[in-house]
Design a protein around this ligand. Structure first.
Ligand code: ATP
Length: 229
């Protein structure tokens, strides 16, 4: 069976500077794939290309059987690719509820369901997003992506800079989404947190995918060579 997301030989440039040199990866339906690598190795670039926020110079992106390589980002989103961007960007001057409803598309994830999933967002309904804590903003960013009823959820460093107790809450939420069969592509630097969630791992090194395998196959040597640990 073909994968839900099939990225093949992706090459992406920023101006004259090449960031990806042929990245391939697959996300099978209902699985979670961890995209790993040290700083600046191309994780965010890969994710932005998949979400169609960057032009692709060579290679292809197929999503649920269709070629989406040249699609604009709003159409990729409409197809069901939901991004939770790095830095948990929300509309600061809108309330929690306004942020959520602005993203809404029909499906199982309604405002009521997102509030049930993140009770803190229910408690903060009328508050401006700018007044939320970092962890609450991250919940809101995930809630917004869920409100689009994505088929594939893409998370870029969802726990970066958050306190341990909040990180655990976010990881619990991601595990719950994974358990209910949502397909997930995620980037995170903390192996002890990302590996238990992942079915497959892809490691990037200077814009190339240099290793792929199951979390249990990552040896100390691989951690040393590619993850700087
Ligand atoms: P990090 O973990 O630090 O977020 P990353 O693995 O996500 O890193 P990318 O942000 O994808 O890496 O960066 C890949 C390469 O592309 C780096 O060399 C980076 O300097 C370069 N790059 C990223 N964004 C831009 C940009 N807007 N303009 C020019 N070069 C960029």
């Amino acid at each position: 069976m073909s994968a839900m997301l099939e990225v093949e030989g992706l090459e992406v440039f920023y101006g004259a500077s090449q960031a990806l040199f042929g990245v391939s990866l697959q996300v099978r339906e209902g699985s979670a794939v961890a995209l790993m690598g040290r700083n600046g190795m191309g994780k965010t670039t890969t994710i932005h290309a998949v979400c169609r926020m960057l032009p692709v110079r060579a290679g292809s992106i197929r999503f649920e059987g269709s070629d989406i390589t040249a699609l604009p980002s709003y159409r990729a989103a409409r197809r069901g690719i939901g991004l939770v961007p790095e830095g948990r960007r929300c509309f600061p001057n809108l309330t929690v509820t306004e942020n959520l409803t602005a993203a809404a598309r029909p499906g199982d994830w309604s405002l009521a369901r997102v509030r049930e999933f993140f009770p803190r967002l229910a408690e903060r309904s009328g508050q401006l997003a700018s007044t939320l804590s970092g962890g609450e903003q991250q919940m809101l960013a995930i809630g917004r992506a869920l409100m689009t009823n994505p088929r594939l959820l893409v998370l870029d460093e969802a726990t970066e800079g958050l306190a341990p107790v909040i990180r655990r809450e976010i990881w619990t939420a991601i595990r719950a989404l994974r358990a209910e069969g949502l397909s997930i592509l995620l980037v995170d630097k903390t192996l002890s947190e990302i590996l238990p969630v992942a079915d497959d791992c892809v490691i990037l090194e200077r814009g190339r995918d240099v290793w792929r395998g199951a979390p249990g196959e990552i040896t100390e040597q691989i951690k040393h060579d590619y993850l700087g640990l």
